[in-house]
Design a protein around this ligand. Sequence first.
Ligand code: CTP
Length: 416
Amino acid sequence: MLPPSMQTPLFGKRVLVGVGGSIAAYRACDVVRRLRELGAIVRVAPTRAAAAFVTPMTFEALSGMTCLGGVLDVAHGRIPHVEEAHASDLVLVCAATADLMAKMAHGLADEALLATLLAFPGPVVVAPAMESHMWSHAATQANVATLRSRGVHLVGPVEGVLASGRSGAGRMAPVDDLVEAAAWAVCDKDLAGTQLVITAGPTVEDLDPVRFLSNRSSGRMGLALAVQAARRGAQVSLVHGPLRIAVPAVPGLTPIAVRSAAEMHEETTKRAARSDAAILCAAVADARPRTLAKTKLKKSKGELTRVELVPTRDILADLGAARKKKKAKRPVLVGFAAETGEVLAYARGKLAHKGCDLICANDVGEAGSGFDVDTNRMLLVWPTEERWLPHASKDEVAWHILDEVKALVARTTRRR
Ligand code: CTP
């Protein structure tokens, strides 16, 4: 069982939420609530202007901690902003106004939040919120560049309706994106410098304008791999078929939406060439209609029962063959096998036939392992060994698989 800190990276982490004087300050309340739900210890540092929008009492009730007060609130010989800087794992400034970012960029410290930031050596995430002209102003953009150059991670702003009622860039990023950026920021970056291409979800093969062939894959396993890998610092291209779940905004994770097996083949193959590893988790359709009908096929004319199917190209097998032809070790190739019985035998067959380094196999007929569930029981199969992973959440399974991918990539690096 993974420690809770790895299942939910914010578990037990101390997060200082800085809030600026923007109408978006009310959304910081949701951020505080969500961070606490994920097990973080949260303290809020509102600026004096923020307190005009949301009272400190609200933040104290939501965080369960007193707010960080004024910069001169030194009592009993203790200096709160210095103590807070030492105790925090992350500072998340949400509803960062133009004024607050200008002060951060210039090292001013006339607020407890700003003084804490000067004393804090750890990761800082900033979510700007302001009118679009204030955001695009050269002064603000220069301050943004300064903050970025110092390693501050900016989330948003996004386009949308602003406090003035007009629309434009300047709206604070969604709460989900801020929470995901916080999770990313506190994770160890043990996969930094690693390029991955991951496939996920089903593919869809159209028969006519209204019908298609597809399968039951939800894409959850591939998504868990992509999110965990990006949190661990990898640069991830996620080539995915139509998904029912949203792809979260994680720094380093680039989603590439495709529909058919042919599109997935093209997008995956061109990215695999520059990747350290390709993890092919998608349930790719094995067959497609020979032709795509321009108009609806008619049952009454018997057209539906005459649909001729042709095989799709096997992405994994093609990558394996291309690597073998070049006598190369890269990219490391990881495949998946969703079976209904004889899991080891089929997995061994696929490992050899598709020329990959590792097959992750499961029995989709087994309770709690397969489609539309959040857990999996996975058998890892290498050319000369195999090992069952414990029945666990897809996040935890993804974590273990990524450890194995990391080891395989390290081995190919040593061999080069
Ligand atoms: N795969 C692929 N391209 C395909 C079919 C499969 O890249 N056209 C990959 C899958 O992403 C997975 C692995 O091959 O990593 C095994 O897929 P699976 O569907 O289990 O195997 P198949 O080759 O389709 O064999 P079978 O239907 O006989 O189980």
